[in-house]
Design a protein around this ligand. Structure first.
Ligand code: GDP
Ligand code: GDP
Length: 434
C-alpha cells in the first residue's frame, strides 16, 4: 500500500512527459514479471526508498478547449480529495495563465502538501523567468525540465519527505474487500445487500491511513473487512460521469484491499472503463472477482451466460483465471455465492506452497518440457521457491535467467495455477541466477 501523488495542471505543460520518466525508471527495475499490461496514466514509482502511486490526471482530459476549464477544476478537486500530495505543474514558456491562477486558487485552500513544479526550464535564462510563478501564492517552486530530468531530484526529495509514513498493516488476517466498478453498476446496492442492517457491524477499526476505514462485518457466516474509503462513503460535488472519477476512487480503494470485487452492469458489458479498473487491480497484484450484476435485465437464451463469460475472458487476457459470478442484487440472486467466491480468492492469495511440494510437483514437468533453447543455450531450472510476500510470487533458480522468455513463464504460471489453485490471483514469476 502506498501514498497517492497526483499531477495536476493544464494541458501541454509536460505532465505526461514527467509522469513517464518517473514510471519507466521504475518499471525497468521491477516489472520483469510476466503478463504485465500498462496503464498510461497510473503507475508506481519510488524515490529514496519510499514508494508512491502516481496519477497523471491530465491523461483523463478529453473534449474541446472550452470544456477543459471546467474539467480541470473537477480533476483538481478530486486530486485534492483523494491524493496524499499534489504536484502542480506549470510551463515557463507560457508564463502564468488564467487557468493556472484558477488551479492555484483551489490549491491554496488545501492542507495537503502541494509542490509547484515550473517545467521546461531547460537553461538558466528560463530559470530566471520562473520567478513570476511566485504570484500564484503557493510559495517556493521547483524548476524542472521533465524532458531530461533536470531539477526533478530536488522536487522528489521534497515530495517523499512530505509523504506520510506508511502505517502498519491491520494485523488481523481478515479478508479486506473493495467494491469497485463504474458508476451505476450497482456497487452501493451490493454493499447494502452485503452489510444489511446495522446490527451486522461488529466494530470500526481505525484504518490503515488517515482517511480509510476498514469496517468489520459478519455476514453469511463469513467475517471480512469492507474497505470503505472516504471516496466510497462520501458523495462529492463532482459529477460522477467522469472516467477519471471512477478511476481515482478505485485507486484508493484497490490499494487498501486484498480482494477487489469488480462489479459491472450486464447490460453494458466489459467496456474500456471496466478494463481500466481491472488492470489497476491486476497491476496492484490484488485478488479479483468479477460480478456481472443486473442479470435480471438480461434476456437469456441457452448459452447467454457462457457466451458472456467467454467475452469477458477475452477482454482480460492473458490473466483469465478469474472467477465471474452472475448476480442480481435486486433479486438477491447469488449474493452469497459472490461473497463465498471473494473469500476463496482471498484464501488463494494467502496460500503458501511448501518448497518441497513445489519442487516435487514442478521439476518433473519442467524436465519434460524444458525452456526452449535460446541462442543455442540450454536453460536448466534447478530449484523453485515461493517468496515470503503478501501475494504469490515465485522464484525459479536457473543458470541463464535472462534466456527464459515470456511464453515459457506463462507456461510455468499455468502449471502453478493447475496444480495449486490460484484462481482470481495475479502471480509473479521471477527467474533468478543460481
Ligand atoms: P501534458 O499535456 O501536460 O501531459 O504535456 P506533455 O507531457 O504531453 O508535453 C507537452 C509538450 O511539452 C510536449 O511536446 C513535450 O515534449 C514538451 N515538454 C515536456 N517537458 C518539457 C521540457 O522539460 N522542456 C521542453 N522544452 N519541452 C518539454
Ligand atoms: P453504484 O453507482 O455503482 O453505487 O450503483 P447503485 O447501487 O446506486 O445502482 C445504480 C442503479 O442500478 C440503481 O437504480 C439500482 O437500483 C440499480 N440496480 C442495482 N442492482 C441492480 C440489479 O441487480 N438489477 C436491476 N435491475 N437494477 C439494479
Amino acid at each position: 500500500m502506498s501514498n497517492i501523488v497526483a499531477i495536476v495542471g493544464r494541458p501541454n505543460v509536460g505532465k505526461s512527459t514527467f509522469f513517464n520518466r518517473l514510471i519507466q525508471r521504475r518499471e525497468a527495475i521491477v516489472d520483469s514479471a510476466s503478463g504485465v499490461t500498462r496503464d498510461r496514466h497510473y503507475g508506481k514509482s519510488d524515490w529514496n526508498g519510499k514508494e508512491f502511486s502516481l496519477i497523471d490526471t491530465g491523461g483523463y482530459v478529453l473534449g474541446s478547449d472550452d470544456a477543459f476549464e471546467a474539467e480541470i477544476d473537477k480533476q483538481v478537486e478530486l486530486a485534492i480529495e483523494e491524493a496524499d500530495a499534489i504536484i502542480f505543474m506549470v510551463d515557463v514558456d507560457s508564463g502564468v495563465t488564467p487557468m493556472d491562477e484558477d488551479v492555484a486558487k483551489l490549491l491554496r485552500r488545501v492542507d495537503k502538501p502541494v509542490f509547484l513544479a515550473v517545467n521546461k526550464v531547460d537553461n538558466s535564462a528560463r530559470a530566471a523567468d520562473a520567478v513570476e510563478f511566485y504570484s500564484l501564492g503557493l510559495g517556493e517552486y521547483y524548476t524542472i525540465a521533465g524532458i531530461n530530468g533536470s531539477g526533478t531530484g530536488d522536487l522528489l526529495d521534497a515530495l517523499v519527505e512530505a509523504l506520510p509514513d506508511e502505517t502498519e498493516e491491520v494485523e488481523e488476517n481478515l479478508p479486506r474487500f473493495a467494491v469497485v466498478g463504474r458508476p451505476n453498476a450497482g456497487k452501493s446496492s451490493f454493499i447494502n445487500a452485503l452489510i444489511g442492517e446495522e446490527r451486522y457491524i461488529v466494530t470500526d477499526i481505525a484504518g490503515t491511513t488517515r482517511d480509510s476505514i476498514d469496517t468489520k462485518y459478519n455476514r453469511f457466516g463469513f467475517e471480512f473487512n469492507l474497505v470503505d474509503t472516504a471516496g466510497i462513503r462520501r458523495k462529492t460535488k463532482v459529477k460522477e460521469d467522469l472516467e477519471f472519477y471512477s478511476v481515482m476512487r478505485s485507486v484508493r480503494a484497490i490499494e487498501h484491499s486484498d480482494v477487489c470485487i469488480l462489479i459491472l452492469d450486464a447490460t453494458r458489458g466489459f467496456d474500456g472503463q471496466v478494463q481500466n479498473i481491472f488492470w489497476l487491480a491486476q497491476r496492484n497484484r490484488k485478488g479479483i472477482v468479477i460480478l456481472v450484476n443486473k442479470w435480471d435485465l438480461v434476456s437469456k437464451e441457452t448459452n447467454t451466460m457462457k457466451k458472456m463469460e467467454a467475452d469477458i475472458k477475452k477482454e482480460i487476457e492473458p490473466f483469465t483465471d478469474v472467477p465471474i459470478v452472475f448476480i442480481s442484487v435486486l433479486n438477491k440472486q447469488r449474493i452469497f455465492k459472490a461473497i463465498e467466491t471473494a473469500v476463496q480468492v482471498f484464501e488463494n492469495r494467502s496460500k503458501r506452497i511448501k518448497t518441497r511440494e513445489l519442487n516435487d510437483t514442478l521439476l518433473p514437468i519442467i524436465e519434460n518440457t524444458p525452456p526452449p533453447a535460446y541462442k543455442g543455450k540450454y536453460v536448466k531450472i534447478k530449484f523453485i521457491t515461493q517468496l515470503p510476500t503478501p501475494q504469490p510470487q515465485f522464484a525459479f533458480f536457473c543458470n541463464l535467467p535472462q534466456y527464459v522468455r515470456d511464453p515459457y513463464k506463462r507456461f510455468l504460471e499455468n502449471k502453478l495455477r493447475d496444480k495449486f489453485g490460484f484462481t482470481g490471483v495475479p502471480i509473479s514469476i521471477y527467474m533468478r541466477k543460481k
